[in-house]
Design a protein around this ligand. Structure first.
Ligand code: 4GO
Length: 230
C-alpha cells in the first residue's frame, strides 16, 4: 500500500515514520509513505497557502487552489502500472467521522491512501467538497493541525498490512480485534515491589490461561468501556 500525506509541515513526519516498525516496513518495501509539501503547489512569489476568511473572523483559511493541485498531482501518480489504482482522499478534521479500528481495516483495501492535513482555522469548504472522499476525526478535540491525526491513521492502517508487524508482534488477539479491551500482560520478574504475577500464567495450562485472559478482557471492558459491549 502507498500512503501519501499532503501537509505544510513535512518535517514532522520523517522522524516518526523512519523509526521502529513503520521504519522497518518502509525499508523492506511492505509500505510506501510519501510526504508532500503543500507549499510546493503554490505559484505566487510568496508561496501563499492561506488567506483571511470571507465574512470576517479570526484566523486564516487554507486556499483551495494549492490543495486542489496537490491532490490532483498525487492522484495522477501511476504506481500500479497495469491496473487502475483504488484510491481515497481523506481530510483529517474534528468534524469528520470518528476513526475506529473498523475504519483502519477498511482503509487497508486501498492501493493509495491520500491524507490531507489542514492547519490554521481549516480548509476552504470547496476544497473539502471537491476533493474529500471522506473526513476522519481521531477524537472529540481540536488540534493545531491534521498532522498528528494523519500519523495516527497511518500507523493504525500500516500495522494491519501484510509483512509490517514482525513475528514478535501480532495484530490478532488484541484490543478491538473482537471488540474487547486487552487482558493484562506480565513479564519477569515474578514479583515486583510485592506484586505477584497471577498464578495461572505460570501454570503452563494454555487452555486455562486462554479462559482467564478472556475473563479479564470482559471484566475490563465492563468496567472501563461498557459502551463496547453489545
Ligand atoms: C483533526 C484536525 C483535530 C482533528 C484538527 C481530529 N484537529 N480530532 N485540526 O482528528 C483543520 C485545521 C483541522 C486544524 C486541524
Amino acid at each position: 500500500m502507498r500512503i501519501d500525506i499532503i501537509t505544510l509541515f513535512p518535517k514532522m513526519f520523517e522522524p516518526v515514520f523512519s523509526l521502529s516498525i513503520l521504519g522497518r516496513a518502509r525499508r523492506q518495501g511492505s509500505l510506501q509513505i510519501v510526504v508532500h509539501n503543500l507549499r510546493d503547489y503554490t505559484y505566487d512569489r510568496h508561496r501563499t497557502v492561506d488567506d483571511t476568511p470571507y465574512g470576517g473572523g479570526s484566523g486564516m483559511v487554507l486556499k483551495p487552489e494549492p490543495l486542489y493541485d496537490a491532490v490532483e498531482a498525487v492522484k495522477s501518480i501511476d504506481f500500479t502500472f497495469q491496473r487502475e489504482a483504488l484510491r481515497e482522499v481523506v481530510f483529517l478534521t474534528p468534524q469528520g467521522k470518528p476513526f475506529k479500528q473498523d475504519t483502519a481495516n477498511e482503509l487497508t483495501k486501498l492501493d493509495q491512501l491520500i491524507l490531507v492535513c489542514g492547519h490554521y482555522e481549516g480548509f476552504d469548504e470547496r476544497a473539502r467538497e471537491l476533493l474529500a472522499d471522506r473526513e476522519i476525526s481521531i477524537g472529540d478535540f481540536v488540534l493545531t493541525g491534521g498532522e498528528i491525526p494523519a500519523m495516527a491513521v497511518t500507523d493504525a492502517v500500516s500495522r494491519l498490512l501484510p509483512g509490517v508487524l514482525g513475528d514478535e508482534y501480532s495484530a490478532y488477539e488484541e484490543s478491538f480485534s473482537e471488540d474487547l479491551l486487552e487482558y493484562p500482560q506480565y513479564t519477569r520478574p515474578r514479583v515486583f515491589r510485592g506484586l505477584e504475577v497471577p498464578e495461572i500464567l505460570l501454570s503452563g495450562n494454555h487452555k486455562e490461561i486462554a479462559k482467564w485472559r478472556k475473563k479479564q478482557s470482559i471484566k475490563r471492558t465492563t468496567e472501563r468501556r461498557p459502551d463496547l459491549l453489545k
